[in-house]
Design a protein around this ligand. Structure first.
Ligand code: ADP
Length: 468
């Protein structure tokens, strides 16, 4: 497939050299637990998180959960496929799929593809966690529906950001590498067309604002001729001001026969309300996420009076372990201070915080995944959904709290869930430097019903105690 427009994002990404992975650091003293701090809100946006996951995930997540299906229309086809051959794809597309190294459909693809590829395809709402094969499923459906004898857009895919749109386009380019006749146009920032021009490409992938302008304001293409309308990352979409109403405006202009495909990584009430507004008579496919749990994680608390004592606790524990460690701090300043101090003492440390671009974060995470960095000091920017298999120690330098300084259970679970993955044993250490921190730690213990053991780092058999 040929793609037009857009500067070569992938190339820029590949050529990106992650120069100083230790950020310029503030060497100030870390902020105290309760001090108000403008830099504590380091949680990534939904779009940033989604892009990071996509760029980091190079393999499929195989879920053990069963697929749940709901359909309002009992006449819609309900069958699954066990191989790509069963789908009766055009041979050139099938070759593309195999060239990507896909041997068999993923769980969500098994159930979704027969409906997405039926003639006419059925409407669908599909939800499963990131990395389970949703993009590959709808990209295949989009490519299969193009009639190359017609030179106008027939398939429209909306993504919440420029970067996510490019990711989808690149997946489409790979899958259709044996079909150069299929043409794709990006409708994203930076793309320009002259007044009166008409788009001749078959597939448009873009962000809602730009696509709305191109269709309604400039009439570069005709929405009524779109056969397949894909709404990707709907949960991220609704997190962006104005996008939901723009999608609804576009949807109103589509023909009655247009198939609507709606994808989301989460299944919250708002997402489903949005879905029901724009998808008539859908087949709903859900793959529940396996719950994160703390069963494989041994949790400790260490009482420390000073920042120095917190630092000593980390280094003492870490030198008694093998593997990699992630240390979570509340502020960027603390993270910077700690990383510099550890680096000065010879640890291979990287810092990852919300003031870094997505490319910089990926640079750091890649170094960590490759084992070039053994300790990662971070803020909440890394608390969710990023798997690094070999993490054996998670340290809460500061316990996670919400804006009112109450225990943030969900973030605690996500942080601690970074270790003890895939059946391995993990260790989590909470550094307690104040009565408030102790109260929060006790609250975590009560909430999860799991013991957080007091650890004396001066004890002789520390190694055995941590590992037993
Ligand atoms: P999602 O959209 O749910 O986040 P993707 O479609 O991006 O998931 O798939 C996640 C990763 O798995 C990608 O690297 C993709 O190339 C790969 N993948 C998708 N489908 C298959 C498959 N059937 N077999 C092997 N790998 C696959």
């Amino acid at each position: 497939m040929e793609t037009t427009g857009v500067d070569n994002w992938t190339k820029a990404h590949e050529e990106y050299v992650f120069a100083p992975y230790i950020q310029p650091l503030s060497l100030g003293h870390p902020s105290k637990f309760n001090a108000p701090d403008p830099e504590i809100d380091d949680t990534p946006t939904a779009a940033e998180e989604s892009l990071l996951k996509k760029l980091l995930r190079k393999t499929l997540i195989e879920s053990k959960q069963e697929v749940e299906i709901q359909r309002k229309n009992p006449n819609s086809p309900l069958y699954s496929v066990k191989s790509f051959e069963d789908l009766k794809l055009q041979p050139k597309l099938l070759r593309g799929v195999y060239d990507m190294g896909f041997m068999k459909p993923s769980k969500i693809q098994e159930m979704a593809l027969p409906t997405l590829l039926a003639d006419p395809p059925g409407n669908m709402i599909a939800q499963s966690q990131s990395g389970t094969g949703k993009t590959a499923a709808f990209v295949l459906a989009m490519l299969s529906r193009v009639d190359t004898s017609k030179s106008y857009p027939q398939v429209l895919c909306l993504s919440p950001t420029y970067e996510l749109a490019i990711q989808t386009g690149e997946e489409a380019a790979k899958m259709s590498k044996h079909c150069p006749e299929i043409k794709l146009k990006y409708a994203v920032r930076g793309e320009m067309l002259s007044r009166g021009e008409k788009i001749t490409e078959h597939i448009i992938i873009g962000t809602p604002g730009k696509v709305l302008d191109w269709s309604l304001k400039f009439r570069f293409f005709d929405l009524t001729k779109i056969n397949v309308f894909v709404l990707d990352e709907a949960d991220v979409m609704i997190a962006t001001q104005g996008y939901q109403s723009q999608c609804i405006r576009m949807h109103k202009l589509l023909s009655k026969t247009c198939s609507i495909m709606f994808f989301s990584a989460t299944y919250e009430k708002e997402v489903m309300e949005f879905a029901e507004m724009i998808v008539d008579d859908p087949m709903i496919i859900r793959l529940r996420k396996e719950e994160e749990c703390l069963d494989n994680v041994k949790q400790f608390l260490v009482q420390c009076q000073t920042e120095e004592a917190k630092y000593d606790a980390i280094t003492t524990i870490y030198t008694n372990l093998t593997g990699q460690a992630i240390i979570f701090c509340r502020t960027r300043t603390t993270a910077g201070w700690l990383a510099r101090k550890m680096m000065d003492e010879g640890f291979t440390v990287a810092v990852l915080s919300g003031d870094m671009t997505v490319e910089e974060r990926i640079g750091v995470l890649d170094l960590f995944k490759e084992g070039c960095v053994t300790v990662m000091v971070t803020t909440n920017v890394l608390s969710r959904g990023i798997d690094v298999d070999q993490v054996s120690l998670v340290v809460n330098y500061d316990l996670p709290v919400d804006r009112q300084c109450n225990a943030d259970h969900e973030t605690y679970l996500h942080r601690i869930g970074r270790t003890g993955r895939f059946g391995k044993k993990g260790i989590a250490i909470n550094l307690i430097d104040s009565p408030q921190a102790m109260a929060i730690c006790q609250e975590m213990e009560r909430h999860f019903g799991k013991k957080i053991e007091l650890l004396d780092i001066e004890c002789r058999d520390l190694k055995a105690k941590i590992r037993e």
